[in-house]
Design a protein around this ligand. Sequence first.
Ligand SMILES: Cc1cc2nc3c(=O)[nH]c(=O)nc-3n(C[C@H](O)[C@H](O)[C@H](O)COP(=O)(O)OP(=O)(O)OC[C@H]3O[C@@H](n4cnc5c(N)ncnc54)[C@H](O)[C@@H]3O)c2cc1C
Length: 230
Amino acid sequence: MNEQYIVIKSKYSNNVVILELQPKTGTIFTFRPGQYTMLSLENVDNIKQPRPFSISSSPTNKKLIQLAIKVHGDFTQKVSKLKIGDTVTLSKPNGFFTFNEENKKVVFLAGGIGITPFMSAIRYVSEKNLKNKITLIYSNKTKKDIVFLNDLEEISKKYTNIQTIFTLTDTNSEKYENERIDIEMIKKYTQLNNDTLFSLCGPIAFMESIKQQLLDAGVKNDNIDMERFK
Ligand SMILES: Cc1cc2nc3c(=O)[nH]c(=O)nc-3n(C[C@H](O)[C@H](O)[C@H](O)COP(=O)(O)OP(=O)(O)OC[C@H]3O[C@@H](n4cnc5c(N)ncnc54)[C@H](O)[C@@H]3O)c2cc1C
């Protein structure tokens, strides 16, 4: 069933809109970190075709649903014009690219806006003070493209079981890695053990290249999980 939500915050920066939404009535739906919702803009210029977006807030946050949306075409242009107080519709959460607390060691490999499902999981693990060991390697072109940079830096400072590595592919910076994610970079920060799950989200070519390198290095197919944003 779909539910109406009100925009309580909308921040546009560097081609990405961060939307915060509260239910018009009742409570936020329950979901698992990594799931997506179908967003419809029924009250905005009659654009009715719903689109999928992963939820970037944690299920432990009972106050709001957060989405981070990269502006591409007509639909996301309209999203970028939403104002506080506008109404949108969200479907019940969906999807199986979910964080499982049973996986004690997880490596998240994110490209660009592919950070969203991982952000939910990282917030969830930190807010529940879980002991899962998480390594995030997050690739962007430049520093200003890093969505959630401050939040991620704060979380990893506070929670030693959550390690965040940023890599910039179009700029050189001493503070960050400066290469595309490849098997050497992954091995620098984590071991390729059979008890580790590798989760990938980003452009298709990014995921396929990393998946192939993981397989070639001996990681089992069952230990690799991917979410396609198309
Ligand atoms: C399960 C799932 C979860 C998703 N989660 C998110 C999320 O958290 N944040 C987010 O920003 N997007 C997410 N997406 C992608 C998002 O749904 C689409 O980018 C969006 O619907 C594009 O709509 P549009 O009308 O703006 O673009 P369209 O008019 O459909 O396309 C405009 C142009 O952009 C290109 N384009 C569209 N989508 C993409 C894309 N994903 N990557 C590269 N080029 C693209 C098209 O080829 C076209 O040239 C997710 C998709 C899926 C399937």
